[in-house]
Design a binder for this molecule. Sequence first.
Ligand SMILES: Cc1cc2nc3c(=O)[nH]c(=O)nc-3n(C[C@H](O)[C@H](O)[C@H](O)COP(=O)(O)O)c2cc1C
Length: 197
Amino acid sequence: MMNYLELLKNRSSCRKYTNEPVSCEDLEKIIMAANAAPIGSSRTEDIHLTVVEDRAVLDKMAEAMERRREDKAAMANITEKIKDDNAKLKAKFDPFYGAPAVIFISHRKQDIQPGIEYCNVTTVALAMHLAATEMGLGSVFMWGSLEAMRMYPEYDNTAVLELPEGFEPLLGVAVGHRAAEPKDKELTADKLKVNYF
Ligand SMILES: Cc1cc2nc3c(=O)[nH]c(=O)nc-3n(C[C@H](O)[C@H](O)[C@H](O)COP(=O)(O)O)c2cc1C
């Protein structure tokens, strides 16, 4: 078992996976970590998780992302790194990087505490990301495909997740076996600006 600082040194977003599926036991541990996350006002009933291992479902969830990649203006707004003639843009892109499992985190639509739904899904995602790291698995937050569905409602395939009424997927975590070992990184205290009083 890694201590917390070792875990942080080891943590990184994984974007290359082997084909090996994640075992049921490992998925269960990751779901257990999600259940340990802090939730505003303890309203756990507002969160819903969907574990997707079915590639056909993931392909549907990726369609809007492909549409967005064709939208050069939208892409330029998001990242200057991707230029119009970039070969990467022409190749078919899998927003889930071939991960064998993606866990979508959905939240009940609400306007009682505006914005808390994004905070809640993030604590759940981070709990799963750190658990996966501790278990020697790779993982990465998945925002892009869900954002793309909100941008292009005609490509919104959220229905494939068969969510309870009134829930919306806001974030996902892709999980799998890393294709390469992560580099240990140095922990620093100066990446984020801080002011003190
Ligand atoms: C809210 C949030 C959404 C993210 N969405 C995506 C995503 O859709 N696709 C992706 O490849 N990475 C995504 N990431 C991962 C970040 O790009 C990554 O954390 C950042 O580049 C730093 O790299 P590191 O996690 O390896 O330290 C997301 C991270 C956060 C916190």
